[in-house]
Ligand binder design. Structure first.
Ligand code: T4K
Length: 367
C-alpha cells in the first residue's frame, strides 16, 4: 500500500501560530513554572469544561494518581484492575500499598463490581477502578460497596477526558478522579494530568504535595514531590481545549466508519456504546475470538504490520503478568481480564486519520 506508516494514534496539535501567541506572555514575564498565571487560567478553564468544582494540575497523569493516593492517606490493600496501563498499579505499589486484583466485566472491560466484595479484608482502604478506553465503570455499585465498607474510591479516568454520564462530568464521582493529558490522549498538554474532586479541602494538600510538601518559605509539612505542570504545558492545554470538541467530532466519524465495516462480523467484538454516556471516542478496541473469526489477534496484528499499520495490544500483557508482579500474583485469578488481554487490539484512532485508511484497515482485517 502507498501510505506512510499508520500508528495507533497521533498527537493533536494547535496551529503553531496559535501556540506561539499563547506562550508569548511566558517569554515576556520569564515566569516558566511553579503555578504561574497560565497554569491558574488553565485550571479554571478545565473546571468549566469538565463540569467539576475542583481541578488540580500536575506534570503528568501518573504522578497525579500517585499523589491522590498519598493525599487520601491510604494504607494496607487497594482493590484495582489488572487490565490497565502500568501506571494504575505502580501508583499503588509505589505508595507502599498492596494492589489486590479484581477481575473485569466482559462487556465494558472495567472492574466487575460483583467480584469486589469477596476481595475486601480488614486491610482494604480503597478501590481504584479504571474507566478503561473511556468506558464508564459501574459507579453506582462500586460506590455503594465503598460506602458500606468505608473505603475511598479513586477513579483512573486517564482515558475519559470529556466523558459525561447523564449530563454530569465523569470527574464528579468517587473521592478523586485522575485524567491524563499525555501526547497520546484525546486531549493533551504534551505531558500532563489533573485530579478532580468535590472536597475543596483537598485543594491545598494537593498543591503542597506536588510542590515538595512546602507550605511556606519556612515550613515543609509533608514528604511531597515535584509534580508541577509548567506554563508551556498549560499554554498547550489552553490551545487544545479550544479545539477538543472538534477533535472528538472527527474521532466519532472514524469510529462510525469502523462500525460500518466491522459490526456483526462473527468472532469480532466491538466496544460497547453505553446508555446515557457522552463518549470521547478515545480508543477503538476490537476483541477477536479466534475460533469464530478464524484468525488470532496476533495474526491480525502481523497482517496489519505487513501493510505498515501498527496497531497496539492495549492492554497486553495484564499487569499481574508483568515481570515485576508475577512472582506475587497470577493472572489465573482474573480469567476474564486474561482472556481479553490475549485477544484485544486497539486500532488506529486519531482526529486526522483518513477514512480511506480506515477502509483499508478493515479490508485487511476482513480478508
Ligand atoms: N492510567 C491509564 C489507564 C493510562 O492509560 C495511562 C497512560 C496512565 C494512567 C498514566 O498517564 P500519564 O502519566 O502517561 O499521563 C502510551 C502513553 O505514554 C501513556 O500515557 C498511555 N497511558 C498509554 C496507554 O499509552 P506507550 O508506551 O504505548 O506510548 P508510545 O510512545 O508507544 O506511543 C503510542 C503512539 O502514540 C505512537 O505509536 C505514536 C503516538 N505518539 C506518541 C508520542 C509519544 C504521538 O503521536 N506523539 C507522541 O508524542 O504509552
Amino acid at each position: 500500500m502507498q501510505h506512510k506508516p499508520v500508528l495507533v494514534t497521533r498527537s493533536s496539535l494547535p496551529d503553531l501560530e496559535e501556540y506561539v501567541k499563547e506562550i508569548k506572555p511566558i517569554f515576556d514575564s520569564a515566569w516558566l513554572t511553579n503555578m504561574g498565571p497560565v497554569h491558574q487560567k488553565f485550571e479554571q478553564k478545565l473546571e468549566n469544561y469538565l463540569k467539576v468544582p475542583n481541578v488540580s494540575l500536575f506534570c503528568n497523569g501518573h504522578l497525579s494518581l500517585f499523589i491522590a493516593i498519598k493525599a487520601l492517606r491510604l494504607s494496607g490493600e487497594v482493590i484495582t484492575t489488572p487490565f490497565s496501563f502500568a501506571s494504575t498499579t505502580h501508583a499503588i505499589a509505589d505508595n507502599g500499598l498492596r494492589p489486590v486484583f479484581c477481575d473485569i466485566d466482559p462487556d465494558t472491560y472495567t472492574l466487575d463490581p460483583q467480584k469486589i466484595e469477596s476481595l475486601i479484608t480488614r486491610h482494604t482502604t480503597a478501590i481504584i477502578p479504571v474507566h478503561v478506553y473511556g468506558n464508564v465503570c459501574n459507579m453506582e455499585v462500586i460506590e455503594s460497596i465503598a460506602k458500606k465498607h468505608n473505603l475511598k474510591v479513586i477513579y483512573d479516568a486517564a482515558h475519559a477526558f470529556g466523558v459525561e454520564i447523564n449530563g454530569e462530568g465523569i470527574g464528579n464521582f468517587g473521592d478523586v478522579s485522575m485524567f491524563s493529558f499525555h501526547a497520546t490522549k484525546v486531549f493533551n498538554t504534551i505531558e500532563g494530568g489533573a485530579l478532580t474532586y468535590r472536597d475543596k479541602a483537598l485543594k491545598d494538600l494537593l498543591y503542597n504535595l506536588k510542590n515538595f510538601g512546602i507550605t511556606s518559605q519556612t515550613t515543609v509539612e509533608d514528604i511531597g514531590t515535584n509534580a508541577k505542570m509548567n506554563e508551556f504545558q498549560a499554554a498547550m492545554g489552553i490551545c487544545n481545549l479550544r479545539h477538543v470538541d472538534d477533535e472528538i467530532k472527527k474521532r466519532k466519524r472514524i469510529v462510525e466508519r469502523y462500525w460500518e465495516h466491522l459490526e456483526n462480523i462473527p468472532g469480532i467484538k466491538l466496544n460497547p456504546q453505553q446508555q446515557g454516556v457522552k463518549t470521547n471516542y478515545a480508543y477503538f478496541p476490537v476483541v477477536f475470538d479466534e475460533k469464530a473469526f478464524g484468525k488470532s489477534r496476533d495474526q491480525v496484528v502481523d497482517e496489519l504490520a505487513k501493510e505498515k499499520i501498527f496497531v497496539r495490544k492495549y492492554f497486553y500483557p495484564l499487569i499481574n503478568d508483568y515481570e515485576c508482579y508475577r512472582s506475587i500474583y497470577s493472572s489465573k485469578a482474573t480469567p476474564i481480564a486474561k482472556e481479553i488481554a490475549d485477544s484485544v487490539v486497539t486500532l488506529p484512532l486519531f482526529a486526522d486519520l483518513e477514512l480511506n485508511i480506515v477502509d483499508e484497515i478493515c479490508e485487511i482485517i476482513l480478508q
